[in-house]
Design a protein around this ligand. Structure first.
Ligand SMILES: *[C@@H]1O[C@H](CO)[C@@H](O)[C@H](O)[C@H]1NC(C)=O
Ligand SMILES: *[C@@H]1O[C@H](CO)[C@@H](O)[C@H](O)[C@H]1NC(C)=O
Ligand SMILES: *[C@@H]1O[C@H](CO)[C@@H](O)[C@H](O)[C@H]1NC(C)=O
Ligand SMILES: *[C@@H]1O[C@H](CO)[C@@H](O)[C@H](O)[C@H]1NC(C)=O
Ligand SMILES: *[C@@H]1O[C@H](CO)[C@@H](O)[C@H](O)[C@H]1NC(C)=O
Length: 496
């Protein structure tokens, strides 16, 4: 019933996930100079503009989001450089805070960048770097052919590097069904993988034998170094690539060359096992040995393994709410459920994974401690009390999603405090706050920007507050939207 929520993917979930990957961590560059090379589009002109272009990049952003603010100057710089490309390549942006812009180019209302081809008929997710130079290189490659021909030894040396994945189709001639299927795959996966084709396998590194194909080879800087398949069914090719590009153990150590592999690991649909450890410590070597053994053992079980140096993953550690004293620790992510073992020892890895397989582990939820008194006017909601305070109670709840260090949240604090004091003697209204970074949000709320305020009426309606952050406006909103915690609604409790 009314409890059914706005169910677009919680943006916060997306942003938090992105924090894993240092790929998203930008050095903050100087703000851009005028003139603007990035083209602003909205619903009034998007379709018309896009229909005239064979290729463009569109960033769906919101003005308030920190990630978008960091991207903006880099994106502008790249747009400037790409405007001089022959032919000029266009970078555009669409403000999705304006709900009228929902759905353009298949955008689902979350922050994203899209590669838009063929006048808008073909839309792909941008999965490239977010710094200016990286954007330029990536966009040029997306504009060029989906698969690049290797003709000479020099081509091979230029295109295929020792520390990157390269996918090469080997064909006696560049036609026929196998070649067509390979091209379909290259077009589909080009946002993340680099595709090449050749009729001379001897040009390729790592194997000098003279296969003629048709054959698809994945060259990779780890494990077997290259793997081949001759099953040219498009789906089989794709599955083969997805399987081949994730190492037995992905290493996350801040090395840029490993970053693509970390991204492969993150985007892969497998459940994820991640060990966080100090690579400089003495125990690291014995961990690595045991961990690799386990990874090989569980390879067929849809589990992927990553080992991260704590120095290279401070964001992730913060995100999981783990303290210094709990390192080394291991996290397992399965769908949206997390499992944690802190202060793990090498010998405990295997039994712990067995318990996971046997479904004996308790999920881990990052939560601030449940406040003992919670007697301040503004009530504190933590992950462990969210369900009870927000959903199960038959009260009207005005809830602020905030971060204590966030400037706009600090500004709202005194307004919230005053409001809460005004409602102190009203038993049917709770004014509350939820620290979004210190707690897991296990429910689908769209959080665009901080602070975000939601209201749940006593009869269970949930709406986002979009008015001004003044005591009067908030009060009017509560008064208009509140409902009585009547007895006929007590069944709500059982329903949830
Ligand atoms: C699209 O329309 C918006 C205003 O609705 C305007 O700001 C923007 O410059 C227009 N873009 C183009 C390419 O015409
Ligand atoms: C190409 O792919 C299609 C569908 O994905 C498949 O039916 C066909 O058998 C493939 N061709 C070859 C030569 O494998
Ligand atoms: C990692 O271990 C090394 C060697 O024991 C130590 O010097 C360093 O401070 C540790 N790093 C962290 C972040 O704890
Ligand atoms: C909630 O309050 C707002 C603003 O005060 C008002 O516009 C809106 O109609 C109210 N909603 C309901 C369901 O009463
Ligand atoms: C809650 O939602 C129901 C169904 O949409 C509506 O009939 C009811 O008036 C709403 N209550 C409030 C307080 O807005």
């Amino acid at each position: 019933m009314a409890m059914a929520m706005a169910s677009a993917i919680s943006l916060c979930f997306v942003t938090l996930f992105a924090l894993h990957s240092s790929f998203f961590v930008l050095t903050v560059a100087a703000t851009s100079d005028n003139p603007e090379f990035v083209v602003e589009l909205d619903r009034s002109n998007f379709t018309d503009f896009v229909s005239k272009l064979d290729f463009l990049i569109v960033s769906f952003y919101t003005p308030g989001c920190g990630h978008c603010k960091r991207l903006a100057p880099e994106y502008e710089k790249a747009a400037n450089i790409l405007s001089k490309h022959n032919p000029p390549l266009t970078l555009a942006k669409v403000n999705i805070f304006n709900e009228a812009n929902d759905g353009l180019a298949g955008s689902d209302g979350t922050i994203s960048i899209k590669i838009v081809r063929e006048g808008g008929k073909n839309v792909q997710e941008y999965k490239g770097p977010l710094d200016a130079d990286g954007i330029v290189e990536y966009v040029k490659r997306q504009y060029g052919p989906a698969s690049v021909e290797i003709n000479t030894l020099e081509d091979a040396q230029n295109f295929i590097s020792d520390n990157k994945i390269a996918i090469v189709g080997i064909f006696p001639q560049f036609s026929g069904e196998e070649f067509e299927n390979y091209t379909i795959l290259a077009k589909k996966l080009r946002p993340t993988e680099e595709f090449f084709h050749t009729s001379d396998a001897k040009l390729l590194p790592r194997d000098k034998s003279s296969v003629t194909g048709p054959l698809m080879r994945v060259l990779k800087p780890f494990d077997e170094l290259f793997v081949d398949t001759q099953d040219f069914d498009v789906d089989s090719l794709e599955k083969f690539v997805q399987k081949s590009i994730v190492p037995t153990v992905t290493i996350m150590d801040g090395d840029k060359n490993n970053q693509r592999l970390v991204d492969n690991f993150m985007y892969n649909s497998n459940s994820k096992v991640m060990l966080f450890i100090n690579f400089s410590s003495e125990i690291a070597a014995s961990f690595e040995y045991k961990y690799r053994e386990l990874a090989l053992l569980y390879k067929g079980d849809s589990l992927s393994f990553l080992m991260a140096d704590i120095d290279a993953s401070l964001h992730a550690i913060k995100q999981y709410g783990v303290k210094d004293g709990q390192i080394p620790f291991i996290i397992l992510l399965s769908d949206k459920t997390k499992y944690l073992k802190s202060n793990v020892e090498p010998d405990e890895l295997s039994p712990w994974l067995k318990r996971y397989k046997n479904r004996e582990l308790e999920p881990y939820i990052k939560s601030e401690p449940i406040p003992e008194h919670n007697d301040e006017p503004v009530k504190v909601v933590v992950a462990h009390t969210f369900q009870d305070i927000v959903f199960k109670s038959t009260k009207n709840v005005l809830l602020e999603f905030y971060a204590p260090s966030h400037k706009a949240c600090k500004q709202l604090a005194s307004v919230f405090e005053d409001l809460a004091i005004a409602y102190r003697s009203d038993p049917d209204v709770i004014i509350a706050k939820f620290d979004i970074f210190a707690n897991d949000l296990l429910h689908d709320f769209e959080i665009w920007t901080l602070p975000t305020i939601y209201f749940k009426s006593a009869d269970g309606n949930i709406s986002r507050y979009t008015g001004y952050a003044t005591k009067k406006d908030l009060r009017d909103f509560i008064e208009k939207n509140r409902s009585k915690a009547a007895d006929e609604h007590s069944d709500l409790k059982d329903e949830l």
